[in-house]
Design a protein around this ligand. Structure first.
Ligand code: ATP
Ligand code: MG
Length: 348
């Protein structure tokens, strides 16, 4: 084999990270571009101002502003269709911006796409593995694309398969792997070029709890090595575990920004009382719930009462004659923030 197979590098526009025009990326293996501007002071690794993406008359991303600092782990949370993937694809230089400003690693995606791609790793929302190759070959071909020698690519492939615990499947075809295994292979593939910035679009969707914890551990290690992480997720525990800072997107806009802790403090109460009633009862309760909490959120199967003292609210509910099937007092979480800001639960 003399040249890397182009079909190993996803050329279709559904991939966040790379397209057919990015072949020159492989030759760019010098220092991080942003580092070259270090004398200008601390610089955002990603900077967006008024960033907009339109598809015809439809606006998928509507003038959003955000900054990601080097070494930070930054998340986009939002319901289906909020514009997360559209934003990730602009950062990954596969989808041109419609308006506003965007810089990635101190470079302009419109003119320096190939250079940026050489330094980033991408886990697109949909896996784009080559089904005709083995697990190990998928990584080797990708490494060759980044100009690694066959030997280096093989060594890297083995190291990364170990990293995502797929070594025992190295010689198997990709097609019959489980969904979670394919996801882990895609994650391994995103690390072939030792990226400074990793873009992960719903990295753990479809992973079992054990694989998910493994991945969290691996991402944490990468972060400790100084890799900047930008991820989208629908899992609030993942966001709380992984993100130093996050933005909540809804209907193409950013509706809140902060650390998980800050967001909970700002948008929720200290505690939440969850009451679950037998089918049909909740709809009949109105006055009985009034004034029990600072804010009340009705879900199809239960009601959430936001208050600083959940036990006191539970006692008050009881004294009003309410007899829920289950009563749970818990601390507020990002899910509550999300619900308040978007009117939806994270996983519907
Ligand atoms: N290529 C496209 N052409 C037209 N509309 C598009 C295109 N890509 C995305 N959209 C639209 O833009 C909106 C935002 O989509 P996007 O994929 O960015 O959402 P998301 O936040 O990633 O959602 P999810 O959580 O479901 O992945 C949606 O209404 C989608 O239909
Ligand atoms: Mg998406």
């Amino acid at each position: 084999m003399t040249t890397p197979l182009p079909n190993a590098v996803p050329a279709d526009s559904s991939d966040v990270g790379r397209d057919a025009t990015s072949g020159t990326a492989a030759t760019e293996r010098a220092g991080t571009p942003a580092a070259e501007h270090a004398s200008e002071g601390p610089e955002s690794l990603i900077r967006a101002r008024g960033l907009t993406k339109r598809f015809g008359a439809f606006t998928a991303v509507d003038a959003i502003d955000f900054d990601v600092a080097p070494g930070e782990s930054f998340g986009f949370l939002g319901p289906n269709g909020a514009g997360k993937t559209s934003t990730m694809r602009m950062i990954g230089c596969v989808s041109p911006i419609t308006a506003g400003e965007l810089s990635v690693l101190g470079l302009n995606p419109a003119s320096d796409g190939a250079r940026i791609k050489a330094h980033i790793g991408v886990v697109p929302q949909q896996d784009t593995l080559d089904m005709e190759l083995t697990v190990r070959e998928n990584l080797i071909i990708y490494g060759r694309y980044f100009d690694l020698s066959r030997r280096e690519a093989g060594r890297k492939a083995d190291e990364l398969l170990e990293f995502v615990q797929l070594s025992d499947r190295a010689r198997d075809q990709v097609e019959p792997l489980s969904g979670g295994m394919k996801r882990r292979l895609t994650i391994a593939r995103s690390l072939v070029n030792e990226p400074d910035l990793l873009l992960l679009d719903e990295p753990t969707t479809g992973l079992d709890p054990q694989a998910r914890h493994l991945l969290w551990d691996r991402l944490y290690r990468l972060k400790q090595r100084g890799v900047t992480l930008v991820l989208t997720t629908h899992y609030m525990d993942e966001a709380e575990q992984l993100c130093d800072r996050l933005v909540i997107m809804d209907k193409a806009r950013i509706v809140a920004e902060g650390s998980p802790h800050e967001l909970i403090e700002r948008y929720s109460s200290r505690e939440v009382l969850e009451l679950r009633f037998p089918v049909g009862i909740l709809e009949t309760l109105h006055a009985e719930l009034d004034g029990l909490a600072d804010r009340i959120e009705r879900l199809p199967d239960r009601v959430l009462l936001y208050t600083d003292d959940g036990e006191a609210a539970a006692a008050a509910a009881h004294s009003r004659g309410l007899r829920p099937e289950t009563v749970l007092v818990r601390r507020s979480s990002l899910e509550d923030v999300f619900l308040r800001l978007t009117g939806r639960t994270l996983i519907e």
